[in-house]
Design a protein around this ligand. Structure first.
Ligand code: 5GP
Length: 201
């Protein structure tokens, strides 16, 4: 019933569980995800248009010049971006869209699209975050320190977010994200067109 779909952006430090929450929300609802563009080569099993849109650096730079991204990020040698057009097409058709980006990405999205709902996912404390990163076995102790410092820095940007979800227990965190989406969809500002049509009927 909303005038158009809701854009929901999940962000937060690595290890907080934002990816898992996103996956769960997408698999349980008809909310749409977003497929990013990347300049890196496909890994085994990755499919064009499913995992990423794989583009050359030149093509990516042309997309930047044409202002085709909602937000971009450079990770190591590779570049990533969220294409604007498919997201806005889905929103215009009334579909809700949800995806995860880092805090910088979240800020760019809010700037370009102030109606976006920004949710920060965090563990209940930094020790839990460290424990989760240790359990992932993906970090050296140097990169662990970097990630924990980054997490503190990301949390310090809390004011730009609309909501925070403390991911102590996955089911509860997913339920909270779904509740946020439900409440946001009922906001008057997202339903003005529908209300006016009702009044004119
Ligand atoms: P990978 O190359 O392992 O698939 O992704 C590397 C990093 O890039 C991950 O942290 C992933 O979340 C991030 N990433 C992937 N797509 C995008 C995007 O469109 N925007 C931003 N800001 N980060 C992205």
């Amino acid at each position: 019933m909303m005038d158009k779909g809701l854009l929901v952006v999940i962000s937060g430090p690595s290890g907080a569980g934002k990816g898992t929450i996103c996956k769960e929300v997408l698999s349980r609802t008809d909310i749409k995800g977003s497929i990013s563009v990347t300049t890196r080569s496909p890994r085994e099993g990755e499919v064009e248009g499913v995992h990423y849109y794989f583009r050359t650096l030149e093509e990516y730079q042309q997309m930047i010049a044409a202002d085709e991204f909602l937000e971009t990020a450079s990770v190591y040698e590779n570049h990533y971006g969220t294409p604007k057009k498919p997201v806005f097409e889905k929103l215009d058709k009334g579909h809700d869209v949800l995806f995860e980006v880092d805090v910088h990405g979240a800020r760019s999205i809010k700037k370009k699209y102030p109606d976006a709902v920004l949710i920060f996912v965090m563990t209940k404390d930094f020790d839990t975050l460290e424990k989760r990163l240790v359990e992932r076995h993906s970090e050296t102790s140097d990169s662990m320190k970097l990630r924990l410092n980054a997490a503190r820095h990301e949390l310090s940007k809390y004011e730009m977010f609309d909501y925070i979800v403390f991911n102590e227990e996955l089911e509860q965190a997913v339920a909270e994200v779904l509740d946020i989406i439900t409440a946001e969809k009922c906001r008057i500002k997202h339903n003005v067109g529908t209300i006016k049509k009702l009044l004119d009927s």
